[in-house]
Design a protein around this ligand. Structure first.
Ligand code: HEC
Length: 175
């Protein structure tokens, strides 16, 4: 979602690009093309803890299980654990023990963060390749591994924002 009113940096970038484009005709180095709003809309992917910024779409745990096997298990293990690039699930309730295990389900305070992160950064070798429905499904699947949502859960923007994470109360502002 692109909002000019709250994205002064992006607006500044547009101006800078427009300036470099016009100077190209006067012999200055030509450094790329002017940024368009359409391009920016594809880059501006921020999702807030409240769910603001989540796209339309829907995905189920069952769909997510299949997508996970296809896109994620090679690096993160067969069911979100045991892979070479870190466990994504498990460890719920372990943070205050002698062996804390930080995962999406045990540590992250908002489920919406998982959507934001996975959509923009994963799979590691092809970030941005998953559609909104696929990301909703994969997040639903990961959450279901620790019963944060039930096995038959189907998540959309509203449902995802309503999910209460196990460690939601574990973060607080310092004094
Ligand atoms: C080619 C290997 C690879 C694949 C495939 C892959 N990941 Fe990752 N993943 C990584 C690596 C490496 C990191 C650590 C990245 C970093 O710290 O910058 C990571 C980190 C993550 C994290 C953050 C974990 C944390 O606790 O900080 C999540 C969530 C995640 N991946 C989800 C996924 C999902 C979902 C998929 C499938 C859609 C996926 N990954 C596919 C390699 C992979």
């Amino acid at each position: 979602m692109f909002k000019p009113a709250v994205s002064p940096c992006l607006a500044g970038l547009l101006l800078a690009c427009a300036a470099s484009a016009s100077s190209a005709t006067s012999g200055a180095p030509s450094l790329g093309e002017p940024l368009t709003l359409a391009v920016l809309a594809g880059i501006e992917l921020t999702v807030l803890p409240t769910g603001e910024g989540l796209p339309a779409g829907v995905g189920s745990v069952a769909e997510g299980a299949a997508l996970y096997q296809q896109h994620c298990q090679a690096c993160h293990g067969p069911e979100g654990q045991g892979g070479m690039n870190g466990d994504l699930v498990g460890g719920v309730g372990s943070l205050a023990t002698a062996a804390p295990k930080k995962t999406v389900n045990s540590y992250w305070p908002y489920a919406t963060i998982a959507f934001d992160y996975i959509r923009r950064a994963m799979p590691y070798t092809a970030p941005g390749s998953l559609g909104a429905d696929e990301v909703y499904a994969i997040v639903a699947y990961l959450l279901s591994r620790d019963d944060v949502v039930p096995e038959d859960a189907v998540l959309d923007a509203e449902g995802l924002a309503a999910v209460k994470m196990p460690n939601a109360e574990g973060f607080y502002p310092g004094e």
